[in-house]
Write a protein that binds this ligand. Structure first.
Ligand code: MG
Length: 367
């Protein structure tokens, strides 16, 4: 198997430092997302990656054993140094060999595989909400926007020993593997990730685009992405490639979903305007509410998010100090720039309240 790797990491738009780390030491690839105050997160993610790199270069142990050793070292280091107490890290690593990809995983970073036009998640998040989904307490969709979706139930460095999820994945020519931190998946939907992977020719282009998209969506966390393209080193006689990712890449998504949604939203606004003219502009407009953006901050508007012949059909009723960029990354509110309509003033204010809770929860859980 031949691997071509692309990688990118970025501090994002909110955090002051980048506590993510990545490793590209063929045939070993990994991402780690550190946590813990001051420099703790930084130390944890880098120590974990340095450990598996060293051990794998020395040929010591399986990847799973190397990850458990990394856990032990991060745990000991945290115990020795008061300033590092409570530090930990996620770790999602893959070792590529002739047999395929060996995955080892702890935490809420993720691995995906794009094959034949389908994106498959290869790892399970070790988070409280993921556990709640498996117990049937909340749905997958609810988990995506849950205020505590960053709470980890498993990470390196927290206990002297750790369970490591391991999996062996067969690889085919054309497969595209992705390792990423939650700074990507918290901001960008799996549908968008797939569309970007399919629209990118090289793995580096894919990694750069994914990071840019997460930043454009708000970039509330550090973002790290590795993209690995798999190809047959020397296709033997009669070797079947099954088309794999090359077929997937050729079949570019013909429809840009976000363009369609924007178009539909505009058509909806257009229809609302026609209705307003038919049923009495003033009464209709004044009974409408929405949450939008005024000078970069979230605001509650009375009216509809449109203008007719240069006249604004709305005005600001409540101005908040919530920076719009802090919430547009949440898919619930990604349409904020176009206006989130609400049936009443109370319900518009409720949306604002939810945004406040979201920001407070995000600050509480600096994963
Ligand atoms: Mg993170």
């Amino acid at each position: 198997m031949k691997i071509e790797a692309g990688f990118a990491t970025d501090v994002g738009r909110v955090r002051e430092g980048n506590e993510d780390a990545y490793l590209v030491e063929p045939p070993l690839y990994a991402v780690a997302d550190g946590m813990g105050g001051h420099r703790g997160g930084d130390v944890a993610s880098q120590l974990a990656l340095a450990t598996i790199e060293d051990l794998s270069k020395q040929g010591k142990g399986t990847l799973g054993e190397q990850v458990r050793e990394a856990n032990r070292l991060v745990f000991e280091r945290a115990a020795e140094d008061r300033r590092l107490t409570g530090m930990g890290t996620t770790l999602t690593a893959t070792m590529i060999s002739a047999e395929g990809a060996h995955l080892a995983h702890v935490g809420d970073s993720r691995a995906y595989m794009l094959r034949a036009g389908a994106l498959r998640r290869l790892t399970e998040d070790h988070t409280l909400v993921s556990r709640m989904v498996r117990a049937g307490e909340i749905t997958e969709k609810e988990a995506e926007h849950h205020p505590h979706r960053n709470v980890l139930v498993r990470a390196l460095g927290i206990e002297p020993d750790v369970d490591v999820d391991e999996e062996a994945i067969g690889l085919l020519d054309g497969d595209r593997l992705v390792l990423c931190s939650d700074g990507l998946t918290g901001m960008v939907s799996e549908e968008q990730i797939q569309a970007i992977l399919e629209a990118s020719t090289t793995p580096q282009e894919a990694a750069d685009r994914l990071v840019r998209t997460a930043n454009r969506a708000g970039g509330v966390d550090n973002i790290t992405v590795l993209v690995l393209d798999v190809s047959e080193a020397e296709p033997g006689p009669g070797a079947s490639t099954e088309g794999g990712g090359s077929a997937a890449r050729a079949a570019r998504a013909g429809v840009d979903r976000s363009t369609m949604l924007r178009w539909a939203a505009r058509a909806g606004v257009g229809l609302a305007v026609v209705l307003a003219l038919l049923f009495g502009v003033r009464a209709f407009v004044e009974s409408q509410w929405y949450v939008g953006i005024d000078q970069g901050s979230v605001a509650v508007y009375q009216g509809i998010p449109a203008e007719v012949l240069g006249f604004q059909l709305s005005h600001v009723e409540v101005q908040t100090t919530i920076p719009a960029a802090d919430v547009t990354g949440n898919p619930l509110w990604s349409n904020l720039p176009n206006g989130l309509t609400a049936p009443s003033r109370e319900e518009a204010l409720q949306i604002v309240e939810e945004m406040r809770r979201f920001i407070a929860a995000a600050e509480e859980q600096p994963t």
